[in-house]
Structure formats: C-alpha cells, structure tokens
Ligand binder design. Structure first.
Ligand code: ATR
Length: 272
C-alpha cells in the first residue's frame, strides 16, 4: 500500500487538493495516495482518528474544521497557535502535529510568484478573521514597514493586536484609512463570497502595486474591480496561495519541496 493522505472538509466536492498533490507527487516521483473525505459535523474527530488508524500519514483540513483539527492535535506550531487553527496535520510517532500553512502560502505567492517583496512595504490586510490570523505572523516576519489590519468589528482587531503586540502592526477602522496609502492590499474578508465590498474609503488603493483577493475562482470581485478602477497594476486571486500552501504541506510530510509554477498555471482561471 502506498503512503496515504487526504483532505477533509464540508462540503468537499470542489476541492482541488487531490489534484494538486497528485501533480506534486508525479512531478517529484513520490508514490502516494491522496483522497478527499466529506466531513461529518458530529464525527469529525473520529474521522481523523480512523484515517490515522487505517495507516494515514497526514491530512489537510478545510472549512469548517480548522479550529477542531487544531484542538485535536497534541503538538502545534507557533503559526498554528496564533491562527488558532490548523490546515494540515501530520501523524508521526503516535502524535498528531498541527500546522497552518495558509499564511506562508499567501506570502510565498506574493513574494515569489508575484514578485512583490514585503520588506519595507506598507501592507493593508482587510478583515480580522481566520484568514488574517493565519497570515499575520509570516507577514510580520517578512520585514514590512507596517502592517495595518482594518476590520468593521474593532474588538476582533484589538484582540488580535493584543495577542501579537508587534511594533510594525497597527489596527484601524475603515474610515480612518482615508488619505492613507499602501503598497500591497489583501482582501482577507469573506465579503467577496457574497459579492460585497469592504467599506474602503475612496482612493486607498491608488498607490498600491498589488491587490490580492483571497477568494479563488470568483473572477473580478467588487474588490478587484475597485482596485482596477483605481489603477492598481497587478490583480491576483488566491490560486497561487492555494498551491503554495499545498507545497508547504507536501514538503512537511515528504521532505521534498515540489515545483509550483506549472500547477498554478494549470489551475488559474482568467479574472475576466
Ligand atoms: P475567515 O476564517 O474566512 O477569515 P471569519 O473568521 O468568519 O472568516 O471572518 C470573516 C471576516 O470577513 C471578518 O473579518 C469580517 O468582518 P467583521 O469581523 O467586521 O464582521 C469580514 N467581513 C465579512 N463580510 C464583510 C463585509 N461585507 N465587509 C467587510 N468585512 C466583511
């Protein structure tokens, strides 16, 4: 039997993870199986434990189970702890290790694939939910001039700032962004899923060189449309992040870092 991995989430039918890991395995000559499991809300923990008992070596975790996966683990990386969520598990030496590669995947995509290093740049993160929690530590470690988190619910942003008190991290109300300029703006809210636009004051995107929409395959969302209207040169969606976080998990499990470019090209959907 070859080494076995799987992604679990609910719903899981649209997952790209088996395809991505299949391509990585092929390209790097690794023999492994990678399946998809529809999670059951009141049985998630047992599903993970059964997968491990049956010889599984690791799992990717997607919505809505990332927090429960984190809680189930007995060892958690620093970035998983800040995110309070796991998107990858590894079963080794009788233990469950939890990682969160969403943030580092996003950073890799921005810095390596889109050629926009964060060092000394002004970065605006929209939202203060799980996606921002995952991104914050890798972003701050990349040496930006500042990272500003804007969220409607300031209490949530404040909690995050208090957990990670960092000299380069600032929180802001949307209306306080008026007149400020940023180099890189990431929409990590869930607004695009319902076709909404975060309440950004006019002109905030005007000096940005990259507008990044975390949602993938939604085309020109209201956020990306606004960025284009304000003249942002580069627009991106989350396909690169998806592939890069998968590459991190693959390297963590297999000790081999796969090439990502061809896989990103294959999965990319034109924005319009
Ligand atoms: P995720 O784990 O995907 O980040 P989440 O934890 O539910 O999801 O967080 C969703 C984020 O999207 C929150 O920051 C939320 O803002 P509030 O905390 O102020 O509610 C943000 N969000 C959702 N819809 C939004 C909208 N229409 N405009 C701005 N922010 C929005």
């Amino acid at each position: 039997m070859s080494d076995s991995y799987a992604v679990i989430g609910r719903p899981i039918s649209h997952t790209k993870s088996p395809m991505i890991h299949g391509l990585f395995a092929q390209a790097s000559g690794q023999a492994l199986e990678y399946g998809a499991i529809e999670g059951v809300l009141d049985d998630f923990e047992n599903q993970v434990l059964r997968f491990r008992r049956d010889g599984g070596l690791g799992m990717n975790i997607t919505a809505p189970f990332k927090v429960r996966a984190f809680e189930l683990a007995d060892r958690r990386s620093e970035r998983a702890q800040l995110a309070r969520a796991a998107n990858a598990l590894k079963f080794e030496e009788g233990r469950i290790f939890a990682e969160n590669f969403d943030g580092i995947g996003l950073l890799r995509d921005i810095e390596d694939n889109l050629a926009e290093p964060l060092r000394n740049r002004r970065v605006l993160l929209l939202g203060a939910g799980g996606a921002v929690r995952g991104a914050l530590l890798p972003f701050l470690q990349a040496g930006p001039r500042e990272v500003v988190i804007a969220n409607r619910d300031m209490a949530k942003a404040l909690t995050l700032r208090n957990e990670l008190d960092h000299p380069r991290l600032r929180i802001s109300r949307y209306e306080e962004l008026e007149g400020q300029a940023f180099d890189i703006v990431v929409n990590a809210t869930s607004a695009s899923l319902t076709g909404e636009l975060p309440p950004l004051p006019a002109g905030v995107l005007g000096e940005a060189s990259l507008a990044y929409e975390l949602a993938y395959g939604k085309g020109l969302t209201p956020f990306l449309r606004m960025a284009r209207e304000q003249g942002v040169a580069r627009l991106a969606d989350g396909v690169g992040m998806l592939v890069e976080q998968a590459a991190e998990a693959f390297a963590w499990w297999r000790g081999v870092r796969p090439e990502t470019r061809a896989v990103i090209d294959r999965l990319s959907i034109p924005l319009e």
